[in-house]
Design a protein around this ligand. Structure first.
Ligand code: FES
Length: 159
């Protein structure tokens, strides 16, 4: 089969650590439309300055994700992510940020890997753990927010 590649450059300037998203034609036939949409046109890719919640998490496979949250009045107003990993990691990071935005912190804690998997209409067996990486990173960012919520002075010292 001739090699055909689709490359997404969206927000690439904002996310220097992000690998290019490349999907070969054969693989694109096996992904759901929802997964492809998040994989190829991520709208939450990038960083947020002075986030209210932030976490960086590396999964057992070595892929890393970082999540940045702007939270106001207990509601996630903005969610962004960076990833150094496979194309499914990009899809999962973008999808979980999409799902978390405009949710309360309590509601966002309910978004686990299984819900993310269902929202993406499935993932290949060898990439199911990418949903866990995204869910764990989001959860850790939410916990970090709660941890420093009453210690707002710490925010001034964040990079
Ligand atoms: Fe490990 Fe995607 S291959 S998180």
């Amino acid at each position: 089969m001739p090699e055909s590649r689709i490359t997404s450059n969206k927000k690439e300037k904002d996310a220097p650590r992000l690998k290019k998203v490349e999907v070969d034609a054969e693989a694109s036939l096996t992904y759901s439309d929802k997964t492809l949409e998040h994989m190829l046109t991520p709208s939450h890719l990038g960083m947020l300055p002075a986030p209210d919640g932030q976490a960086r998490f590396t999964g057992p496979c070595g892929d890393t994700m970082e999540v940045f949250l702007k939270i106001d009045d207990g509601v996630i107003r903005q969610a962004f992510f960076l990833a150094d990993g496979c194309q499914h990691t990009i899809a999962c990071g973008d999808a979980i940020c999409d799902l978390a935005e405009m949710k309360t912190v309590k509601e966002a804690f309910q978004i686990n890997a299984e819900k993310l998997f269902d929202y993406l209409e499935g993932l290949p067996q060898d990439h199911v753990h990418c949903a866990s990486l995204a869910a764990n990173t989001m959860r850790t960012a939410l916990l970090e927010y709660l941890e420093k919520r009453d210690e707002s002075w710490k925010k001034a010292y964040r990079k």
